[in-house]
Design a protein around this ligand. Structure first.
Ligand SMILES: [Zn+2]
Length: 262
């Protein structure tokens, strides 16, 4: 293997799977190469050079041998840059980070992923800093922005006639990712499954799309209802368009709703 095959990159550690008794398969997100999967042979041996060098949600400087055929690459070296230790003690923050990592790993193909890398790094930093006290809000915010980078963000625009029709419920066509509308040139009648979205849910979606951080929680019944509507809508939309089984999200949300006995 020549030096030319060695690549160096910052990398977020998304998943670690056992592989044989002593080795790991590690999935990373990198800005330049997208998802990178590496094998770490002997990772669990007591004298392994990799002990303590990586863990879930770390940012590392990663050196790996590029395997031209894709698939699994061999790791050469990795040095932790940001460990985010609170994610090893705050289980709600960890459950949220795990879901974001899994969603990203299932969604991102290889190749340029600079936008998603910055997004996930920001989310991990907030979770580790204890700034994300609203974990469900973090999930919603992340899903919307991940859909954007995947080129799949729902189009929430209404034509002027629909917008001024006085109705607060509009039919959203799931497969097309936009509202059904009989007025515009395309006469978008909306074939296929639709969900009815309330105007408040649409507005909340737009606000979250424009926000560089998850929105603060508002203690109002209206906000709660809109957020539940958005949670339901995004659950359907994400599992349809991002090829993520609904159970993955449900498990994350059920974990977050678990109340500790006082
Ligand atoms: Zn219309």
């Amino acid at each position: 293997m020549g030096e030319a095959n060695i690549l160096k990159t910052p990398a977020l550690c998304l998943q670690i799977r056992p592989w044989s008794k002593t080795s790991h398969i590690v999935t990373w997100l990198t800005p330049e190469y997208g998802l990178v999967v590496t094998s770490v042979k002997g990772a669990c041996r007591p004298k392994s050079a990799f002990l303590g060098q990586y863990d879930l949600f770390y940012t590392c400087e990663l050196l790996f041998y590029r395997n031209g055929r894709g698939g699994i690459h061999a790791i050469r070296e990795c040095v932790p840059q940001e460990r985010r230790d609170p994610l090893r003690s705050d289980w709600r923050a960890a459950a949220t980070a795990s879901y974001l990592a899994e969603l990203t790993a299932r969604t991102m193909p290889t190749g340029d992923a600079g936008g998603v890398y910055a997004l996930l790094e920001h989310a991990f930093d907030r979770l580790a800093a204890g700034k994300a006290d609203d974990f469900v809000g973090m999930i919603l915010w992340y899903e919307i922005h991940l859909l954007h980078f995947a080129g799949l963000r729902p189009d929430m625009t209404l034509c002027p006639v629909c917008a001024e029709s006085g109705t607060v419920w509009h039919n959203f066509v799931l497969a097309d990712g936009r509202f059904a509308c009989p007025h515009t040139g395309a006469k978008h009648a909306g074939n296929g499954a639709t969900v009815r979205l309330h105007a408040d849910v649409r507005r909340l979606f737009v606000r979250m799309s424009n926000a560089t951080d998850p929105l603060p929680v508002k203690k109002s019944e209206n906000f709660e209802i809109s957020r539940l509507g958005l949670l339901r809508f995004l659950g359907i939309f994400v599992s349809l368009h991002l090829d993520v089984p609904a159970v993955v999200r449900r498990v994350a949300l059920e974990t977050l709703s678990f109340k500790e006995k006082k």
